[in-house]
Ligand binder design. Sequence first.
Ligand code: IMP
Ligand code: MG
Length: 174
Amino acid sequence: MADKISVLFTEEEVNARIREMGEQISKDYEGKSLHMVGILKGATFFACELAKRITVPVTIDFMSVSSYGDATESSGVVKITKDLDEPLEGKDVLVVEDIVDTGNTLSYLLDNLQKRGSSSVRLCSLLNKPDRRIKEVDVDYTGFVIPDAFVVGYGLDYAQKYRNLPYIGIVETE
Ligand code: IMP
Ligand code: MG
């Protein structure tokens, strides 16, 4: 049976917010170039859309991490399953993520990336669920702060489905 999904942010709302974030980031990085690090697979839709709205020179790389545990709960054990293609030395790095939930993934990842000799590392996340935080994470750019609900669309999945929805919705489970 199909899951019931209720719209949280429409396609227009998400795109408008990403445009604003792009403008802010372009201002903050004026005179510099930006190296975006997108986290596969969830952040790909957001990263591409954001990159199109940034007016300083942009390069993009991707990496993949897995956190062990069941589908909707992060276990706190994080493993890099695909590393970056390019070194980070001397670069202004912007990590682009779909959502910061418990913070387990990002606290591990930022720690790891900060040891690679970049000039700066900042974090940009489309969504932020602060109510669920276990590990403290500084999110420099947040698209939307959301309540504790399981969301899909715009790259976010439920058992690998719904990444392609052009809006963000809440999966209604009975
Ligand atoms: P963490 O709990 O902050 O480590 O989040 C790890 C990952 O869990 C995120 O990058 C997402 O892939 C996934 N995740 C957390 N909350 C949601 C959600 O509401 N919908 C879909 N994926 C989620
Ligand atoms: Mg993710």
